[in-house]
Structures are given as C-alpha cells and as structure tokens.
Design a protein around this ligand. Structure first.
Ligand code: NAP
Length: 285
C-alpha cells in the first residue's frame, strides 16, 4: 500500500488565496493601503536571484507592494545596515526580507539583528526566535510554519504524537521543534552526533527531515503509518532530490511530501502570510 502524496503546490495555492483575501480586507479597512514587502538582494548569485524573483512576483500577485532593493556584491556591511535602518523607519514597509546567504564581507547575524522584529517576516531575529521558544506570539520562520500547515492538511494527529526532527538549524529544526511542542507533540531533535539515528526515527509518528543529505532516510527508519515531511533539497545527478528515499518510504508511510513540490512551495506562501500578519499588527498599533 502506498501512502498519500501531500501536494505542497495545492496547499501553497490555498494559503496564497487566503492571503490575497486578507490583503483586500486590510486595504478596505485601511484607506486602500496594502502591505509592503521589501526584499533585499546583495550580489548576483543565480539561485538567490531566482528565489527573490519568485518572492517579488508572488507578493505582487497577492496584491502586496513589492519594494525591490538590489545591491552590488561588493557592498560594505555598513551600507546594508543603513538600508535596513531606512526600511525599518519607512512606514509603508511592513516586512523586510534579506536574501541569505550574504557575501562574506558582511556579518549575517549583525544584519538580521538590525531588522525591526515587527518587520522580521523571516522570523530570524533573536526577539522572534525567543518569543517562539517561549510559546508567545511573534513572527515565525516560514519553512517550519509550512511544515505544520502540510501536516494539518494531511490530517496528522499532532497532539500526543511522537515527533522526530532530523536537523537543528535556526532556520528549520529548532523553530519547528517549538511549533510541534506548541501542538502538544512529544518532540525529539536529531543531529549529526545522534547515536542510532535509525532507532530514533523509527519511533516517530511524525518524521521531518531537514538535513541536506540525499536520501538519508530509508524505509527501515520509518514507522509504518508515519507522516513524513521532507524539507531537504539536494541537487544530484538525478536532479533535485530530498533527504528521504521517496519511493521506498512511500510504501510504508501514511503520507509523504515529494521533492520538488512538497515543502518548497510552502515557504514563499508562508512569507506572504507573515507579511500580511505583520501589516495587520502594525495597522492595529
Ligand atoms: P543546515 O543548517 O545545514 O543544518 C543541517 C542539520 O542537519 C544540522 O543540524 C546537522 O547537524 C544535521 N545533520 C547533518 N548530517 C546529519 C546526519 N548524517 N545525521 C543527522 N543529522 C545530520 O541546513 P538547513 O538550513 O536546516 O537546511 C536543511 C535542508 O533543508 C537543506 O537541504 C536545505 O536546502 C533545505 N531547505 C529547504 C527549504 C525549502 O523551502 N524547501 C528551506 C530551508 C532549507 P549538526 O547541527 O550536528 O551539524
């Protein structure tokens, strides 16, 4: 029996529709003012250009104002910090996204920390990370939020479940652990020093892989009937593959996300959702 394949493109389209409706509602209540998302791209890395291009396009399609900032690869850190200060102070900007990674002359942490937490739509500042760790409202990183949305959509029962996350990055693993705790799951986070990864993973009712290692998670590591979410994106000779051996694991899982077409499309959808949320909160202040 093969498990359900969770259609991330379809779920992301539903989220975008919901956001577009919210943008119109906010504009009606707010003298026609729509949320503004500022995206900052430093340099000309081809992958980053594609990601930022998609973010700008989808923000505009959702009815938002896209404020596009493009800086040269050699931009010094203080120039980027000045731009962040300007965007922080610009009342028409509700969300600020700095595309990562940044060129090596720039301290990434210093740039992230400069963003006003109320406009930090990537949810990466220490303030938002701290609020999430304490289970308090704030702006939550987009990819882990997308994972929760996919699990809900697939009908996973999170409360009381055994959830295992492989990967402990500040972008995915750690914030996802807080979100799953907030859903009353029992959460285990694995990493490169975990002993008996297979043994821990095979206990999971909900298994999320966020590693960056092609097909690391094999069938023998998955409990029959588990919900499996694959965040990994790995470019290989066979094309783009995830951290999960999709064909083999699908045979035992209740539901599984494909790569591509699973978590990927959700990330930008949740960015738009965060931008709307930031705009609504700022409109209330
Ligand atoms: P990261 O910062 O490189 O973190 C990788 C994590 O995996 C680390 O915690 C590392 O452990 C752990 N790890 C490495 N090898 C392992 C092993 N053999 N066994 C167990 N754990 C191991 O990566 P990330 O930013 O979280 O991204 C992870 C993957 O998700 C990447 O493929 C990335 O491209 C993808 N991603 C996709 C999206 C999307 O929108 N689809 C968004 C974000 C990321 P240590 O901490 O011990 O080093």
């Amino acid at each position: 029996m093969s498990g359900q394949v969770i259609d991330g493109k379809a779920v992301a389209a539903q989220v975008r529709d919901r956001v577009a409706a919210g943008v119109q509602e906010l504009a009606t209540a707010n003298d026609g003012r729509t949320p503004g998302l500022a995206t900052v791209l430093v340099g000309e890395d081809p992958a980053s250009q594609v990601y930022v291009g998609n973010k700008r396009k989808q923000a505009a399609e959702a009815g938002m104002r896209s404020i596009d900032e493009q800086l040269l690869e050699a931009t010094p850190e203080d120039e980027l910090l000045e731009l962040i200060d300007e965007l922080n102070g610009d009342d028409s900007v509700d969300g600020i996204l700095v595309q990562l990674p940044l060129p090596e002359q720039i301290d990434q942490d210093a740039v992230i920390e400069r963003i006003d937490p109320a406009k930090d739509v990537d949810g990466l500042t220490a303030v938002n990370a701290g609020l999430l760790a304490q289970g308090r409202p704030g702006l939550v990183p987009c990819t882990p939020q997308g994972v929760i949305e996919l699990l809900r959509e697939a009908g996973a029962e999170l409360e009381g479940s055994e959830a295992v996350i492989v990967g402990r990055s500040i972008l995915v693993g750690r914030p996802l652990a807080s979100l799953l705790l907030g859903e009353n799951a029992t959460v285990t986070v694995c990493h490169s020093r975990t002993r008996d990864l297979a043994g821990v993973c095979s206990r999971a009712d909900v298994l999320v892989a966020a590693v960056g290692s092609p097909r690391l998670i094999g069938r023998e590591m998955v409990k029959p009937g588990a919900f499996v979410i694959d965040v990994g994106t790995n470019r290989t000779d066979d094309g783009l593959v995830g951290d999960v051996d999709f064909d083999a694991v699908r045979e035992v899982a209740a539901a599984i996300t494909p790569v591509p077409g699973g978590v990927g499309p959700m990330t930008i959808a949740m960015l738009l959702s965060n931008t709307l949320e930031a705009a609504v909160r700022r409109a209330r202040v």
